[in-house]
Write a protein that binds this ligand. Structure first.
Ligand SMILES: C[S@@+](CC[C@H](N)C(=O)[O-])C[C@H]1O[C@@H](n2cnc3c(N)ncnc32)[C@H](O)[C@@H]1O
Length: 507
């Protein structure tokens, strides 16, 4: 059974399960109820790759996307049956269901007035459908830490299909008032990676607490849902901080649903995203970023799988293509490639034996994971890992279709000084192995000056087609899409010979 089939089956199970807790209705009622649930999903994606993510959504879900002016976010509408497929997207990091979007929110003039408005907002929002989607989603979302189960007998009420008048929202309030979830008010995170660091750290500390205390506490709190509010804010003209907005809006959400605030062990994470005059309230559908799927053995500069996917997609891999990452580090790019483009053959190489070992371990862990998931021996992945030097690749001239690599930036890896020799040598050797006329390369670097200089000396072999600007851990980097020119590669010795002959002719 494929991932999607499995998840869809689970979704159906959840629907039936929801039915048991609601008024007795037939299975077809449940189906039709779900069939009529349509929601807007928001997703964070690697900055610069919004269009790639939008293309993937259109291709796999048939939905068109709105690319937010807030870089790194896309929005699309789905029927709830597609929720499982949304979790299988390769280009998205975090997912949330939109509760409400204010395109042009009118902020009042004073901080007190603005915060009072946020307080009032909690009781006015159309929570019903998003909360139902959140509930369905809990069955197939990847869990970061063990969570308590929702009290399955707590509600006798059926939530409506979300066209939502005031009465429906009151029903939802009752339904979710009696669940197990918790909130804590977190200030803000602009960068999802930073947020994850905070959550993980606090979670680890929490796990050191005395277990008996925890169990006793859990028993008394078992009926109450825990939540937290996370506010991100961008824009010059706000008279309040994200911390204040999260605190006051969070307080009102707590009051409205009678949930309990818990920063680390929350069930529901309510998001308040503010950018200039745009305000979006959402509920998180992922506990940890979906980019954490392939890698178990990390290195100093491991790339997000979502970014690796975006880079690979830029070269439009075709069946039977030979795709290499000549500076693979922990193998994030070729492993993502072998998973998503399994009809191609991928080679991961690095000159550092430790990196090659990490790549091999990552491949092996992924195979074991797949084997456990499928309950039978896995067919393996179309990938090999080798140790090599990019300046002297053990590959035939013109034998490679696609090169995708993340070059040493010269900060954490290598040095800017060394890049002045490395980059021209890389481009030359990559030009040798890449197939003239059809070959392409997608190269990521933050050392743009050095790269541009090296490329300018290789115009006969490489043509720059497109540049995507990305943010890698706060560094402004570039992803270059290059096309191999039709010019046949001339080896240096042959070049010397040609030059020698030319000189002789001059004599
Ligand atoms: C930015 S890291 C790649 C990180 C990788 N994308 C990952 O996800 O882990 C660059 C890699 O280039 C490798 N490298 C540097 N010089 C090299 C050379 N001459 N030949 C092959 N690999 C080299 C380094 O060992 C390092 O692993």
């Amino acid at each position: 059974m494929s991932d999607i089939q499995e998840a869809t089956k689970q979704l159906l199970d959840v629907n039936l399960h929801v039915k048991q807790r609601s008024v007795p209705v037939t299975e077809s009622d449940i189906r039709s109820e779900s069939e009529h649930l349509h929601v807007t999903i928001g997703a964070t994606v690697p900055t610069g790759f919004e269009q790639t993510a939008s293309d993937e959504v259109r291709e796999k879900l048939g939905s068109s996307c709105k690319i937010s002016k807030d870089r790194g976010k896309i929005y699309f509408d789905i029927a709830v049956e597609s929720l499982a497929q949304v979790h299988c997207l390769r280009s998205v990091d975090n997912l949330f269901v939109v509760v409400h979007e204010f395109k042009d929110y009118q902020f009042k003039n004073t901080k007190e007035e603005v915060l009072k408005d946020f307080e009032d907002l909690a009781g006015k929002l159309p929570w019903s459908v998003p909360l139902k989607v959140w509930k369905i989603n809990t069955s197939f979302k990847k869990k970061k830490t063990k969570r308590k189960k929702i009290n399955q007998n707590s509600s006798k009420r059926k939530i409506d299909n979300g066209q939502g008048d005031k009465l429906d929202e009151r029903d939802v309030k009752k339904e979710f008032t009696n669940h197990t979830l918790g909130s804590h008010i977190l200030d803000f995170y602009e960068n999802p990676a930073i947020k994850e660091e905070i959550s993980t750290l606090v979670g680890d500390l929490a796990s050191c607490k005395d277990e008996t205390d925890e169990r006793a506490k859990e028993e008394t709190e078992s009926q109450v849902l825990k939540f937290r509010v996370t506010c991100s804010r961008a824009g010059e003209k706000h008279c309040f901080t994200s911390n204040e907005a999260a605190r006051d809006f969070g307080g009102a959400v707590q009051e409205y649903f009678k949930w309990k605030a818990d920063m680390t062990n929350f069930d529901v994470e309510v998001l308040l995203n503010i950018r200039d005059s745009e305000v979006i309230v959402g509920i998180a559908l992922t506990e940890e970023s979906l980019h954490r799927r392939n890698i178990t053995h990390f290195g100093p500069t491991t790339l997000r799988s979502t970014l690796a996917y975006g880079m690979l997609r830029l070269c439009a891999p075709q069946p039977t293509d030979i795709i290499i990452d000549p500076m693979c580090g922990t193998g994030a790019i070729p492993i993502e490639g072998a998973t998503e483009w399994s009809n191609c053959y991928h080679i991961a190489g690095d000159n550092n034996p430790l990196a090659v070992k990490r790549t091999a371990n990552n491949i092996s862990s992924l195979l074991t994971k797949n084997q456990i998931k499928e309950g039978k021996p896995s067919w393996g992945l179309p990938i090999d890992a080798v140790q090599w030097d990019i300046c002297n690749l053990p590959l035939r001239t013109g034998s490679v279709d696609v090169i995708t690599t993340d070059m040493p930036f010269g900060k954490r890896m290598g040095s800017k000084k060394r890049n002045w020799n490395l980059y021209p040598a890389c481009l030359r050797e990559m030009g040798r192995v890449c197939r003239p006329g059809t070959g392409r390369a997608v190269l990521l670097t933050q050392d743009k000056k050095c790269f541009s200089k090296a490329l300018s000396g290789m115009g006969h072999v490489w043509r720059k087609v497109h540049t995507v600007w990305v943010n890698i851990g706060g560094l402004h980097a570039a992803v270059y899409l290059l096309k191999r020119t039709p010019q046949v590669f001339v080896h240096s010795s042959e070049e010397d010979e040609v030059l020698g002959n030319a000189n002789n002719e001059d004599d």
